[in-house]
Design a protein around this ligand. Sequence first.
Ligand SMILES: NC(=O)c1ccc[n+]([C@@H]2O[C@H](COP(=O)([O-])OP(=O)(O)OC[C@H]3O[C@@H](n4cnc5c(N)ncnc54)[C@H](O)[C@@H]3O)[C@@H](O)[C@H]2O)c1
Length: 267
Amino acid sequence: MRPRVALVIGAASGMGRATALRLAADGWKVAAADRDEERLAGLAEQLEAAGAAGAMTLPLDLAGSAASVEAAVAEVVERLGPPWLLAVAAGVLEGGLALDADETHWQRVLGVNFHGVVRANVAAARAMVAAGEGGRIVNWSSNNAAGGTAGYAAYAASKAAMEAFSRSLAMELGPDGITVNTIRPGSVRTPMLGALTQAEIDAENARIPLGRFGEPEDAAGLVAFLASDDAGWISGADIPLDGGTLAARGRANVQQIRARLAREAGR
Ligand SMILES: NC(=O)c1ccc[n+]([C@@H]2O[C@H](COP(=O)([O-])OP(=O)(O)OC[C@H]3O[C@@H](n4cnc5c(N)ncnc54)[C@H](O)[C@@H]3O)[C@@H](O)[C@H]2O)c1
């Protein structure tokens, strides 16, 4: 089978970069897009060295216009072929208390995490439908979308809105053989969480049933699965990727629970 084309947006860093490299190693043709041109430099060569059947990088700001996103997809179609997989890792994390944040905060966060993802999905899905070969779309949500998050209302709302969009798109694109899913990472070790102190990291680890932060490669593996033939009947899902954090609902400290049960048993 000829190699398929993947367009990864947000590919300069973190989970997007790991995903682009994983798909390259799996033999895909990979188009790596990001607004950070500096960190994109040299990535096409790295993707080829990792095993990509073809690679290109392209500067792209999802917060720009729909026309610029459409032009980027057209460039991918021209140079590598129509994307069969779209993976949108691009996102911004910006805090702000709801009563303090001004309108521009909401616009910045929603502009990328919601409107930007919508632009990318629509432009790439049009190319997939035109190619008539089905396809896969994976959007990065967050486990923040599952509840509320003090200090990050715009972020949580942007991801929840994007999830509802993705589920709706999954319904609309089903007849074309295109699946649409979101992944909901918990805490993953990427530059996005670079500001955490060691004390905060230790406290977070204690809340995660599997006892560690995720690695960017954990996300890459999930995307590789969602892009595989084995995942052809999964669509409209929001898939946790968080070491069990959501399931634990904040009560994951098994050491404490064991100690309490032992105390109770000794009573
Ligand atoms: N790291 C975590 O713990 C975590 C947890 C939950 C969800 N997420 C989500 O996972 C996704 C990937 O995050 P990451 O941790 O790898 O972060 P990261 O900061 O390492 O990478 C994000 C990439 O997106 C790019 N980007 C941002 N705005 C863009 C725009 N307007 N247009 C194009 N590219 C843009 C950045 O330049 C960067 O390269 C994000 O959507 C994020 O919200 C991350």
